[in-house]
Write a protein of this length. Structure first.
Length: 317
């Protein structure tokens, strides 16, 4: 559906959640994200056809960040849209271009800390990735795509959820396409219930990205896994994203002070009920908790050391 002039939201469902890519359409066409391996064939190409286009009409395909549900369809899209310029931020490019590397580094580290995904989720992650596809262009933020008269979009570097997360700002309609750069108090099911934690891996960067979005005062906030948000609703969502960071920071500090020493498995058991409860992808809270533990280490309030079942953090008072 067209949510603003030239800005289309391509909606489908991914498991229990809503799932969206975006199409920016002027004289040139830019696709935002390629979904999982099957998304181009089942969702994106049919949408293009519905608005009178084919894959060959795509000029650009921009991956907002390195998660399987945002670039897993690169292989299928490349097969259909051979001339489209495929781009992502340079910081996420090594993961986007190498499926084994992202499975090992982005998703595999949980196992070493005793908080691995269930076997069916690990299998889904692998199946969601198509073949490796090299990027044509590495972004750094600040680039402008001129798609036609009255339709230009600026690339925003919005790190935190991933090092190279990017979004797009369309000033005419004041639309911010942010996919997963802000995640409120958690990911929702189709009924609007929080089911999964909001994962971020650099707490300060995530906060700064959300504040940058607040500074834009978007009229439309366009994400990958939430409904379209307008005006005050968008502002509340961004503030909710910051409030979760504040709560998580406090919960982690209190838990480490109470116990004196924690690994991620123990901290997840303590913090999950306080920040959730979460019923899906619960282990992804571990990345968020680790980000706040690392803040304590940087502040001289904790020490990080290898332990028998993973990393151990000790309070320094």
């Amino acid at each position: 559906m067209e949510v603003a002039p030239g800005v289309h939201r391509i909606e489908s469902v991914l498991g229990p959640r809503t799932f969206s890519q975006y199409l920016l359409l002027g004289e040139r066409a830019l696709l935002v994200d390629t979904g999982v391996a099957e998304t181009p064939e089942k969702v994106i190409l049919p949408y293009l056809e519905s608005v009178g286009l084919s894959a060959r009409d795509l000029d650009f395909a921009l991956v907002t960040h390195a998660d399987v549900d945002h670039f897993g369809g690169n292989g299928a899209l490349r097969g259909a849209a051979r001339e489209a310029v495929l781009c992502a931020h340079a910081a996420d490019a090594p993961w986007v271009e190498d499926r084994e590397r992202i499975l090992r580094e982005r998703y595999g580290w949980y196992a070493g800390e005793g908080v691995d995904y269930p076997p069916d989720v690990r299998e889904w992650l692998r199946e969601s990735l198509g073949p490796d596809v090299p990027l044509d262009l590495h972004l750094s933020g600040g680039e402008v795509f001129r798609l036609g008269p009255g339709l230009l979009v600026e690339v925003l570097h919005l790190p935190g959820h991933s090092p190279g997360h990017v979004g797009l700002w369309e000033p005419s309609s004041r639309s911010a396409i942010i996919t997963d750069a802000a995640l409120g108090g958690g990911l929702l099911d189709m009924e609007g219930n929080v089911i999964s934690p909001p994962p971020y891996f650099d707490a300060r960067a995530y906060e700064e990205s959300v504040r940058r979005l607040q500074g834009l005062s978007p009229r439309l906030l366009l994400t990958a896994h939430y409904p379209v948000m307008e005006g005050e609703e968008a502002a509340r969502f961004l503030e909710e994203s910051l409030e979760f960071v504040r709560r998580a920071r406090r919960v982690v500090a209190e838990a480490l002070e109470e116990r004196g020493e924690l690994d991620l498995r123990n901290l997840l058991e303590l913090a999950g009920p306080r920040l959730g409860p979460f019923t899906a992808m619960e282990n992804e809270l571990a990345g968020t908790l680790r980000a706040h533990l690392r803040e304590l280490v940087a502040a001289g309030r904790a020490r990080e050391a290898p332990g028998g079942g993973g990393t151990v953090w000790r309070s320094l008072g």
